[in-house]
Design a binder for this molecule. Sequence first.
Ligand SMILES: *Cc1c(COP(=O)(O)O)cnc(C)c1O
Length: 379
Amino acid sequence: MGIPFIDLRAQYERLKPDIDRRIRAVLEHGQFIMGPEVAELEGELARFTGCRHAIAVSSGTDALLIALMAEGVGRGDAVFIPAFTFTAPAEVVLLAGATPVFVDVDPATFNVDPDDLERSIRATAAAGDFKPRAVIAVDLYGLPADYDRLNAIAEAEGLFLLADAAQSFGAVHGGRRVGALAPVTAASFYPSKPLGCYGDGGAVFSDDDSRAEVLRSIRLHGQGAHQYDSVRAGLNGRLDTLQAAVLLAKLPVLEDELAARERLARLYDERLAGLVATPPRVDGVTSAWAQYSILHEGRDRLAAALARQGVPTAIHYPRPMHLQPAYTRFGGGPGSLPVSERLAAQVLSLPMHPYMDEATAHLISDHVAAALERREKVS
Ligand SMILES: *Cc1c(COP(=O)(O)O)cnc(C)c1O
């Protein structure tokens, strides 16, 4: 048997009685859309994050889009996003009718660089084509962005700060849980995320009552007080009851799983220090370790060598957004965002999941060391 990159099967084996019971209950009551599990999950998510409102939605991407729609972000607006990220935060900006402005990331955290963000806001305002309107911060690999500075910048500039916590659900920043770090937070429950369901799912978080009401309405086709009142354009953005049931079975073990990820990350850190650049750590901030991603100049050859030894790896992400065909017209071309470009050339994600044993992490570390040693002998 090869080493799995992630192992959802092991988690199912652990939680099988609860997951099966929860799914069976939905099959019995038959309320597949907005059934009681959805409201129950929202209550649990609000409690877990310490955020007043949790609104379960159809995916992390829809969570981002619904948040932008609720804020009225649209034509003529500039939305600032890190260039080194998954594609969803960029595409929702276009879907909302606004214009993405790509910002470089901080080499020490891989998250949006607040200094480059400030520069970019000033440059956009000076150019005058688009109105600086919103920032989408992405908590890459599970490490929350610098919300102290981002909230301060957003407040000073009058911008809407939206946290993309698709990879960081469960992480803590300065004693507060992800979900309560920005005015609005979007989470994803895609199966491989730190908290995942068995299909697509997501949630939007906000402390603000009136904002929450608009978010709930957009999720339900822009519904008003009654089912067939349409008070705005919305989406079919609901979370399936079955997925809520799965998440209710998984949420109680999330903290335990996060602790297991942290133990493995520390083991990797110790074993790989000096061989490769190990992932960023920030004082007072924990990571949800959606990925454990190292940096190495010979990334592609290292990945190939590991594959030959049966060690799967992945590249998150091989091309920064401003160099993607769909978005080049919004960017400054190659060389314009040098940190994002270097990271895209050097990152490599190693197997990481809460059910990996320490022996496997040691074995993977041995293979990394051996691959790098062989290369040194050759060169
Ligand atoms: C996975 C992910 C999303 C999208 O979530 P889906 O649930 O797949 O729609 C958005 N942003 C980031 C950073 C992600 O990693």
